[in-house]
Design a protein around this ligand. Sequence first.
Ligand SMILES: Cc1cc2nc3c(=O)[nH]c(=O)nc-3n(C[C@H](O)[C@H](O)[C@H](O)COP(=O)(O)OP(=O)(O)OC[C@H]3O[C@@H](n4cnc5c(N)ncnc54)[C@H](O)[C@@H]3O)c2cc1C
Ligand code: SF4
Length: 357
Amino acid sequence: MAPSETVLVVGGGPAGIEAARGIADLGVRAVLVEERERLGGTPIFEHYAALTPYFEDAEAAMDGMIAELGERPLADVRVSSRVTALAGEAGAFTATVEGPGGTSEVEAAAVILCTGFTHFDPGRERQIYNYYQYPDVLALQDLEVMLKAHDVRVPSTGEPPRRICWIQCVGSRDRNIGNEYCSKVCCGIASKQAIEVRKLAPDCRAYVFYIDMRMYGYWEQQLYWPAQEQHHVQYIKGIVTEVLERGGGGGGLLVRGEDTTMGRPMEVPMDMVILSVGMEPSDGTRAMAQLMGVEQNKYGFVEVAHPPLDTVSTKRPGIFAAGAALGPVDLEDTVSSAGAAATKAVALIRRSSLAVA
Ligand SMILES: Cc1cc2nc3c(=O)[nH]c(=O)nc-3n(C[C@H](O)[C@H](O)[C@H](O)COP(=O)(O)OP(=O)(O)OC[C@H]3O[C@@H](n4cnc5c(N)ncnc54)[C@H](O)[C@@H]3O)c2cc1C
Ligand code: SF4
């Protein structure tokens, strides 16, 4: 039997959009299923402001990708839709898709999972940073919303902050909560945000408390050194053990911990504290991996069959994954893996066609 000439892509964030675009450009039909009302993924629905490392507007960047996909007649985009079942095997899958128009069946030779990530919930497991108790303790994505509006203010007072800090590795590199992995992007995102805050409010002092800074590739000279040398962001190697309210509330925050370079305890007053939360698999990644019988690692991210040289094939033939469904990743690597997955999915169709002929 000739294989289906369609690839099903699940998840319409940067990975899914790029995968669908790649498949269509290779002359194959792509059905892209996104559960939300619009494409764009986490950068859009979490209102990211500027993207690392070039400070490009996130919404404009994603709109550009979406517009390019719209120019491909071979890309069939289904928003507000979900895959509820998958039967068959590589070359001949049948997916049940539920959407606004009802239930339909999609015949596909291959599937690419692009279901992405979610931010670590800083209120989970331990409450040492009091994220849900203190309005002036925020997470990276909360500050992105303010940066997008070009208006950074201390939530409890409505005033611009005079002292702001980032606490790195919240929910990452933490054996106690079982997330031993590094989330890769948060050192760069914190540095990018510190630069943006210093540009918006030059009188505000900015501090980053870190275990060790892990800048990604060229981000070292694109973000880390400019943050220090041009924008005077202060990096302090230290472990924060507590965030408290000064004077029991109304007087700002107190960051308590240990300055590990100086080897002494520290207590630093702050107006705002930003928790550099890590990346975890989205509920959709966990659910789709389970529904499609694809193995997940102990953290819930999709496991690939043959790392490090094949980064996108799962152990189930015909099912591939890309982007943050595979683990913490930035946009560059997200679109790279999406391109690789698109190529492998189309190659599966081409190889089977040759075998049938
Ligand atoms: C605070 C923060 C800021 C960041 N800023 C940057 C930056 O400036 N530069 C950079 O390079 N990287 C940045 N990143 C990383 C970047 O956001 C990710 O690399 C990228 O979003 C991954 O894209 P994705 O498509 O794999 O996943 P996502 O963006 O998470 O998209 C997944 C999509 O799948 C959909 N989905 C999920 N489950 C289902 C399902 N069951 N059915 C259908 N659809 C489903 C979701 O609705 C979503 O649209 C940042 C990360 C964080 C945490
Ligand atoms: S990128 Fe930085 S903040 Fe994020 S987990 Fe790794 S070391 Fe920690």
